[in-house]
Structure formats: C-alpha cells, structure tokens
Design a protein around this ligand. Structure first.
Ligand code: NAD
Length: 375
C-alpha cells in the first residue's frame, strides 16, 4: 500500500507512460563542462568491479577510473599501481561521505552486495555525485523509491548497471521483437549457474535480498520486457529448488511466467545447474535466439533467416560512456532508477506468487516505464 502513491506520482508526473528516452531531463541536473572526461569512483572492489568495470574504464572515452572505495586496506596499493589512482582519491566505507569535497569524482558506481546498494546510492547522492547502481537496484521496492527520491532531491542522475541495453545483439532482439518482424511470438528465457560456495553473500538473504532471481533471473525479466516492448500484466511463479538443505535462506531455483498484451514469456533461473543463458522468441516463422545471451561476451544470435552478423562491443565501456554523455549533455539515461524500481516490483510479485501456491497475480500498479533501443 505504501508504495502506491509514489508509483502513481511517477506515472502522473510523466503523463501516463514513462518511456526512458534521450529527451532532456524533466528535472534540472547540474551540467558538467562538455569537454570533460568524467571521473568514476568504484565502491566495492570485488569480482565485477575488478574483472569487468575497471578494465572497461581503460577503454571508455567520456569517463575514467578516478577513485576507489574499499573496506579492504590491502586492495588499495594494488589498485593504485594497476590503475594509476591518486592516493587522495581512495576512500573506505566510513569516510566515504567526504568524497563530497573531491572534484575529481563526478560519478559513484555502487558494486556492493545487493543489500548495501540503497545506503551507498543515497550517501553518494547526498555527497553531490551522480550514481550508477548495480543490479538488482535494491532488495525492496521501498528502498528503490528512497534511492530515486534522494537523487532527485540532490539533482543528481541515477542509472542502473543494465549493461545489455548497450549490447548490439540485445538491441537487435528489441528491434525484431518490438516490430514483430517474424509475426506474433512467445518468449522463453533462462539464466542459471552453479553456485558451490555456501559462504558467498549470494546465499545469504540479508545481503543478497533473494536468490538467483535477484542475481540472474532479473536478466530474463528484462529480456522479456524489451522483447515485447510491453509491460507484463500478470504473472505466476513456482519455487523449484532441488537442494533445500543447501538453499535454506534463499531459493535455489525458480520458474515463472509473465503475461504480456501480445504474448507470454516463460522464464527460469537457478543456482543449481551448469551455466546457461538463453533468450528465445518462438515466432510464427521460427526461432529468434540469443545463445550465451546474458554473458559479457561470446553472444551468438540467430533468426529464421540465419545467423546475426553483429560485431560485439565492450558492454560495460558502452554503458558507462553512455551515462557520462547523459550527464554531459543533460539527457536521460535509458536505464534509469525508475527501471530498476519496475524490476524490483516484478521480483517482489514473483516471490509473492511462489510463496502462495503459484497464485496468478495482476500487475495493476506496475511502474509504467518501457525500455527503448539505443540506436
Ligand atoms: P563480489 O563478492 O565479487 O564483490 C563484492 C564486494 O563487496 C567485495 O569487494 C567485498 O569486499 C565487498 N563487500 C563489502 N561489504 C561486504 C559484505 N558485508 N559482504 C560481502 N562483501 C562485501 O560480488 P560481485 O560479483 O562483484 O557483485 C557485486 C554487485 O555487482 C552485486 O550487486 C551484483 O549483482 C552486481 N553484479 C553485476 C554484474 C553485471 O553484469 N551487471 C555482474 C556481476 C555482479
């Protein structure tokens, strides 16, 4: 009940449907000088920050790795040497708020366990920084609302780390699905991998907020929405966890079905099966398929007409450059906080349905934001 007024306000304030677009912002942000390369500070130097984001920031044109925020002292010298970071641009979780006085840092990128996203996004906004927050945006809709409000209050932009909106294979899938190039369709999608480490924060609800749905299944939700270019109207879900001993705190596996105005999407996610990622349109004229669909690279695409001939890009570099350009040009992110809120809303409904014998739930108050193609 608490969230409804906010969502209603979001819809009303944007005149019905909220279409993420490159139009000028509805609320004024402080403009940066156009020739400036924006400084990014990564918060949380784990697998994704170290393995993907920092290397991508060596390839970006409009932003660079200017600072780090870490709770592990030993990582500081490693990162300073590897990425040539100024000593005064190193922060820990306690002194993070003093980043407000640092003009080298324009954007804070939150890459922490999911339950820490809200706190650090809000602190970053209060420190006067634009924010990229990793997916899932937060562990509840209420947290998402607070994060959006904090960024609006500070007149700072908020974007979610949805890298696939900047991948040309996914752009092509959006084009094909949204234009019904091969006629009417249903969608099938799965993202799963085998999680073996019982001590990982990903297995702890207090840190992860949920299981593979929050971590991986969110890609299948997104893929379904941008394939149809429509919002789902109802859903049902089923917890299909096999090893209930190992997965005590979170689900190990989950399946769900989303109903859209023009078709259905059947999705799966799991921490109990070998790695697998697929996004498929079952159309009147055959299959449109992305194999390795949600990986950082190695995506293969095919349609009833043959293989997609698409040159891969560095998804993270494209995503971060696009956000830097949003700030420099005062245009809206195509993956704003409102989209993260929408996806957390769907996630909550999926958990509700799974907990209630797969009850079909109407999505009457879904935040009205649709994905658009980058091109
Ligand atoms: P990770 O475990 O490799 O790194 C987490 C980081 O947070 C570590 O540096 C750790 O020291 C720090 N941390 C701070 N407090 C912590 C605590 N209480 N418990 C555990 N770690 C703590 O995780 P990751 O894979 O880098 O994921 C981080 C975030 O990035 C998650 O929100 C995840 O969903 C997201 N992610 C996104 C993508 C993507 O493709 N967009 C890929 C991987 C991860």
């Amino acid at each position: 009940m608490k969230r409804r007024p906010f969502i209603k306000k979001l819809i009303q304030s944007t005149g019905g449907i909220y279409l993420a677009s490159q139009s000028p912002l509805l609320y004024g942000c402080n403009l940066e000088p156009k020739n400036k390369k924006l400084g990014i500070a990564l918060v949380g130097l784990g697998g994704y920050a170290g393995g993907q984001l920092a290397p991508a920031l060596l390839e970006t044109e409009h932003c660079y790795l200017a600072g780090i925020v870490t709770g592990t002292k030993e990582k500081e010298s490693i990162w300073v040497n590897k990425y040539n970071i100024k000593k005064e641009n190193i922060y820990n979780y306690d002194n993070f708020d003093s980043i407000a006085a640092n003009d080298d840092i324009d954007i804070v990128y939150v890459v922490l366990p999911n339950s820490m996203h809200a706190e650090f996004t809000i602190r970053a906004a209060k420190a006067g920084k634009h924010v990229i927050c990793e997916k899932p945006m937060a562990v509840s809709v209420e947290e998402c609302e607070n994060m959006i409000a904090a960024c609006k209050e500070a007149k700072k932009m908020l974007s979610i780390g949805y890298r696939l909106h900047f991948d040309p294979f996914h752009d092509e899938v959006m084009r094909i699905g949204q234009n019904k190039v091969y006629g009417n369709m249903n969608v099938e999608s799965e993202f799963s991998f085998l999680l073996k480490n019982p001590d990982s924060w990903r297995t702890q609800k207090a840190l992860a907020g949920g299981g593979p749905l929050m971590d991986l299944g969110i890609y299948a939700i997104q893929g379904s929405i941008y394939s149809f270019g429509e919002l789902p109207t109802s859903l049902w879900a089923k917890n299909t966890t096999k090893d209930t001993e190992f997965f005590k705190d979170i689900e190990g596996s989950l399946e769900w079905e989303l109903t859209f105005p023009s078709g259905k999407s059947y999705c799966k996610t799991s921490y109990e099966t070998p790695i697998f990622a697929e996004l498929k349109h079952i159309t009147e004229k055959g299959e449109v398929k992305l194999e390795n669909a949600f990986y950082y690279g190695g995506i293969k695409g095919s349609t009833p007409d043959g293989n997609m001939n698409i040159k891969p890009v560095n998804q993270q570099a494209s995503q971060m450059d696009a956000f830097a350009l949003n700030i420099l040009n005062n245009t809206e992110s195509i993956v704003p906080g409102e989209m993260g809120l929408r996806d957390n809303y769907i996630i909550e409904k999926i958990y509700d349905s799974a907990a209630n014998n797969s009850e079909v739930l109407e999505l009457n108050d879904i935040p009205n934001i649709l994905d658009i193609r980058r091109a």
